[in-house]
Ligand binder design. Structure first.
Ligand code: PXP
Length: 251
């Protein structure tokens, strides 16, 4: 499975909402990202609608030709919207009202019974739910990977934020080791291995070199920020070049 770039376009909506004007438009940005080579788009509809809003969903569904990944908290409201929009991937994340961004992976021990009895059956309900790939955003620790396997998740998304924010090269190395171990464990059980959070043009290549079995890489804040300076299409292309170079090295 090739490594694919999925661009998280939440912060296009952050910029739009800052002035309450109708621009920039997330769906339009999504088109540019895909034309520049991204394999797909991620959006996170938060309970407080701080960036992506409900009206963005049908617009994104219409615009996105590749993979559409709906990142969400496991609420009834979001599951209903998921069935309406029918994305390719549903990435379940913990969501805290006060946080600036998702702060860590799901604590699967604490949500296991709820996910098993309520969330997974609700997502997989009916024709709309049967095709969606469920991905669980988790920290790279064996208990959470085991939990994802036991739940019958299709994929995990490894939280790379601790790696990205590591305070020293040795701390970054240690976290890469944990990420690689988690990726091997999930892959061995047949789960797809996605990853994201805090990745940028500097830390992406060492991550891709160290961690095996990667599939979809979700990148948002750094990419959208760099696009302010260099343009969205060329920034997406710069990330694609990093992915292609590392993939080429590994052939
Ligand atoms: N993956 C998940 C689950 C996230 O919550 C986020 C942030 O919205 C990302 C990936 C992308 O992180 P970043 O914006 O730091 O690239």
């Amino acid at each position: 499975m090739p490594i694919q770039l999925l661009v998280n376009i939440d912060h296009i909506a952050t910029l739009r909402n800052a002035r309450g004007e109708g621009y920039p438009v997330p769906a339009q940005a999504a088109r540019i990202c895909e034309q520049a080579g991204a394999a797909g788009i991620v959006f996170h509809l938060r309970g407080d609608r701080r960036h992506i809003m409900d009206h963005d969903l049908p617009e994104l569904k219409k615009a996105v030709q590749g993979v559409l990944d709906f990142e969400m908290a496991a609420t009834e409201e979001m599951i209903a919207l998921l069935h309406q929009i029918q994305p390719d991937i549903c990435t379940l994340v913990p969501e805290g009202r006060e946080e600036l961004t998702t702060e860590g992976g799901l604590n699967l021990a604490s949500v296991f019974e709820d996910f098993k009895n309520r969330v997974f059956p609700a997502i997989r309900d009916g024709a709309a739910g049967s095709k969606v790939e469920i991905s669980l955003f988790v920290d790279p620790n064996p208990d959470d990977i085991k939990g994802a396997i036991e739940l019958g998740s299709d994929a995990i998304e490894l939280h790379t934020g601790i790696y990205a924010n590591a305070s020293s090269p040795s701390a970054a190395q240690a976290e890469l080791h944990r990420l690689a171990t988690a990726a091997k464990m999930a892959h061995a059980a047949g789960l797809k291995v996605n990853a994201g959070h805090g990745l940028n043009q500097k830390n992406l290549a060492p991550f891709l070199r160290a961690v095996p079995h990667l599939a979809d890489i979700s990148i948002g804040h750094a990419l959208i920020s760099e696009a302010v300076y260099h343009g969205l299409a060329s920034t997406v292309q710069a990330y694609m070049t990093i992915i292609e170079q590392v993939t080429e090295e590994q052939r």
